[in-house]
Write a protein that binds this ligand. Structure first.
Ligand code: ASP
Length: 297
């Protein structure tokens, strides 16, 4: 019997929603670019936290997605971002909410990761970013021309990863919901709601209707269910139950301690890209049916 080789795995998503036809190619390409950045970190022996940050930074730079530059606008026409990172090896969390003028919200979250506080909001988050060397910009610089003109709705991003050291991490980044009242915060920076990571158990990042995901504590329910089933099945169950009990649709991505990757959505579609040790090339999908067709012998 041969020993299993070293394992690593990573999956990113570009939001659970209905991807407009004109955005499908850009969504796939953006997810693949982010995956590539994260994968490089993992293959080089970097940590899952580093890989998740690297992948999400790429998605935050891409105005196709509702994270970082090009985020959805609030009802006031401003960009307020939420982001989180969790280290499954220490259960440390760093998260920001209502951050204005932070170029890479996920990197502010990463700087907070080793601090006692787990979540900073608004002005406090901005001050923390400034004093800890995170990239700042004028608030208007976060608004893409497309958002300024169209207020177009597109979605949140996330990433989960397993590194060669056996550690898990999860991250999220979003501008929230298009037209949300200023100050509104969804699930994305809330531990146990929009994300979770625990070595030996699993890692998850969610997207979708934040109020529902938070009220259902969707990430926490997933983590409790995962040891008894596959990540796809656990995601499907918690998202369907959420829809039945509190309403709302969503999607999630997950990685298990042994490197299984899972994803599911109850929305129309959810662009994802994933790769793990043993796969010959990355998988990039918009719909679960594409994966099922690809897996047919
Ligand atoms: N969950 C995010 C929020 O409610 C939005 C999204 O995932 O699209 O802020």
């Amino acid at each position: 019997m041969t020993e299993p080789g070293p394992r690593w795995a990573i999956i990113v998503h570009g939001g659970a929603h209905e991807t407009p036809p004109g955005k499908i190619a850009a969504s796939r390409a953006g997810c693949l670019a982010a995956l590539t950045a994260g994968r490089r970190v993992l293959e080089g022996g970097g940590t899952a936290v580093e890989a998740v940050e690297a992948a999400i930074r790429v998605l935050e730079d891409d105005p196709t997605f509702n994270a970082g530059y090009g985020s959805a606008l609030t009802a006031d026409g401003t960009v307020e971002t939420d982001s989180a990172l969790m280290d499954g090896s220490t259960l440390e969390v760093g998260a920001v909410a209502g951050l204005v003028g932070g170029r890479h919200p996920v990197s502010v979250a990463r700087r907070l990761l080793r601090e006692k506080e787990i979540l900073l909001t608004g002005e406090g988050a901005h001050r923390f970013a400034a004093t800890h060397g995170a990239e700042l910009c004028a608030p208007e610089e976060m608004i893409s021309p497309e958002q300024r003109e169209a207020f177009e709705s597109h979605d949140t991003v996330g990433c989960v990863a397993l590194d060669l050291h056996g550690h898990l991490a999860a991250g999220t980044s979003t501008g929230g919901l298009t037209g949300q009242p200023a100050g509104r915060v969804g699930d994305s920076p809330l531990v146990g709601c929009g994300f979770y990571a625990e070595d030996g158990v699993g890692a998850i990042a969610l997207t979708g209707e934040g109020e529902s995901l938070a009220r259902w504590m969707t990430a926490a329910r997933f983590i409790q269910r995962l040891p008894r089933t596959t990540p796809d099945d656990a995601l499907r169950t918690v998202l369907e139950e959420m829809g039945e009990r509190v309403g709302g649709t969503g999607g999630g991505i997950a990685v298990t301690p042994d490197g299984q990757v899972g994803w599911w959505y109850t929305s129309h579609d959810m662009p994802v890209a994933y790769m793990h040790a043993g796969l010959t090339e990355p998988r990039v999908y918009l719909k679960k049916t594409e994966e099922q067709a690809n897996d047919q012998p």
